[in-house]
Design a binder for this molecule. Structure first.
Ligand code: F0G
Length: 482
């Protein structure tokens, strides 16, 4: 929630009490320099003992509520027919309106099953933007390709467009005509678009996409891993929705798709995922593969404790103080950074605050990975772990050629209900310092490069050991314990 102070300034207020805590550790600069080198200049390979604030992701890292923790105590650990499963099915029916539920161990497992069942080799998936695991499954499990049909504004990092996650309708119709509707297994809308900077799509756009899909009889799938945030932003930004509740907006969104799936690690604050639909045929076709890859229908690879917590999480995710918790913190940080000239993606969206590394580090060419370099520099200057979302996160093409990402972003993810305003103030301060010393930051090059999803395990080195110089300058200002 946003509260106005007597000075006129607005701040995001945490609408929860923190009653269970996890200690974090202040990691001095010398240790940070050693840790990032040991991690091959890849923030995925840092150990959390070497991290002050972990903003790598909001996936599986949200704070659970007291009611979620309590629900875990009454889990029914049965292989088949678990009461816990039926509680989740009831919650999904009530909140989202779906009759059929297919639980899976996490979001990418849903992508695997959907692509395996719905795609034919060489099919095309049309989407507002890909996510890394989605693209991998479209190519590997579905033996096809994915085509992004975002509006041009999506790639403008200094935009005021409220819905950069929209699909471009003309491009959508053109793609269907060019490829032929029988080659398109489904259209996928990601709410909110992760790799474009957590940008939402509008209800108006979703309705228009629905109409096109109905006209050509192409299934519409929503990846709702951050659907509550998308709905919260629709309420804030779309005319006609200001008086609707987040729950009503979510319900309206999901009523427009044929298949819905999500990573429960995000919106529902547990470790799991699910596919839901009202279509008997899709349900039956996917269901047969569930015990093969995930587990029996009534647990799908999740622990029943997590299923219980998910049933509560599905009901809690549309509470505006849950749906808006990270959105408002992200907005606060993004506005603060914009005021001091640090280039961030605008307008701020869900998931995280995103630095535009191309603008932050114009002297580093894409083949030296500016976003990867900035994530390293941020860790060195603050102990905050962020994630590269640029060319390192984009694998080479089949002939081994580098594919330069559309955007070079550094994502500082905001897990729900985890960090406080003082953490954000600290982060803003260190980012300012870094921006003023950006000339010290250099590029990276691969030392070990895996052939697929290379950003997870790839190891790199700092070209010209620029990290040492940055550390030296930092120590002069903040001391060896800074
Ligand atoms: N779809 C979206 C939009 C996601 O953001 C993610 C995961 C997935 C699918 C896959 O779900 O991790 O449960 O298998 N995003 C995480 C992130 C990993 O850090 O943004 P998963």
């Amino acid at each position: 929630m946003i509260v106005k102070l007597s000075t006129g300034k607005e701040i995001p207020i945490e609408m929860h009490k923190i009653r269970i805590v996890q200690k974090t550790r202040w990691v001095p600069i010398e240790e940070r320099l050693l840790a990032i080198r040991d991690a091959g200049y890849n923030t995925f390979l840092l150990k959390t003992g070497d991290i002050f604030l972990d903003m790598l992701t909001d996936s599986g890292t949200n704070a659970m509520s007291d009611n979620q923790l309590a629900a875990m105590m009454v889990a029914d650990d049965s292989y088949a027919g678990s009461v816990s499963f039926y509680k989740l099915a009831d919650a999904i029916k009530e909140v989202l309106g779906f009759n059929y539920l297919l639980p899976v161990h996490q979001g990418r497992a849903a992508e695997h099953l959907i692509c395996k069942v719905l795609m034919k080799p060489e099919d095309i998936i049309l989407t507002n933007y890909h996510f890394t695991t989605t693209k991998a499954h479209i190519e590997e499990s579905g033996k096809g390709a994915c085509l992004e049909i975002y509006a041009d504004e999506a790639l403008n990092t200094r935009s005021t467009h409220p819905f950069k996650g929209n699909i471009d309708l003309e491009k959508l119709k053109k793609a269907i005509k060019d490829y032929g509707k029988e080659k398109i297994s489904f259209v996928r809308m990601e709410a909110t678009t992760n790799l474009v900077g957590g940008q939402p799509f509008s209800m108006e756009n979703l309705m228009a996409v629905r109409e096109v899909c109905s006209e050509y009889k192409i299934p519409l799938i929503i990846d709702g891993s951050l659907i509550s945030e998308n709905a919260y932003l629709i309420r804030q930004r779309e005319k006609g929705y200001e008086d609707k509740s987040v729950e009503e907006i979510v319900r309206e969104m999901v009523s427009l798709c044929d298949i819905f799936y999500l990573s429960g690690r995000k919106n529902t604050s547990v470790r799991g995922g699910f596919i839901a639909t009202n279509n008997d045929e899709y349900y039956d076709r996917i269901k047969v593969w569930l015990p093969f890859y995930e587990g029996f229908l009534t647990y799908g690879g999740m622990s029943t404790k997590e299923i219980e917590a998910m049933a509560v999480g599905v009901r809690e995710m549309t509470d505006p103080n849950v749906a808006g918790c990270s959105v408002e913190q992200i907005r606060y940080l993004a506005e603060k950074l914009t005021e001091s000239g640090v280039p961030v993606v605008t307008p701020p969206g869900g998931l995280g605050c995103h630095l535009d590394a191309k603008q932050f580090l114009p002297h580093i060419p894409q083949n030296k990975y500016p976003a990867g370099s900035l994530a390293v520099a941020l860790y060195v200057a603050s102990g905050v772990r962020s994630m590269e979302r640029g060319t390192i996160s984009t694998d080479r093409d089949k002939s081994g050629r580098e594919i330069f990402a559309d955007l070079e972003l550094v994502r500082m993810a905001f897990p729900r209900r985890v960090y406080t305003l003082s953490h954000i103030e600290y982060l803003a301060d260190r980012l300012n310092w870094l921006y003023n010393h950006r000339d010290l930051i250099g590029g990276l090059r691969f030392v070990t490069e895996p052939p697929v999803l290379r950003f997870f395990f790839g190891k790199l080195e700092a070209v010209g050991n620029w990290d040492e110089k940055l550390g030296e300058v930092f120590k002069k200002e903040f001391g060896p314990l800074g």
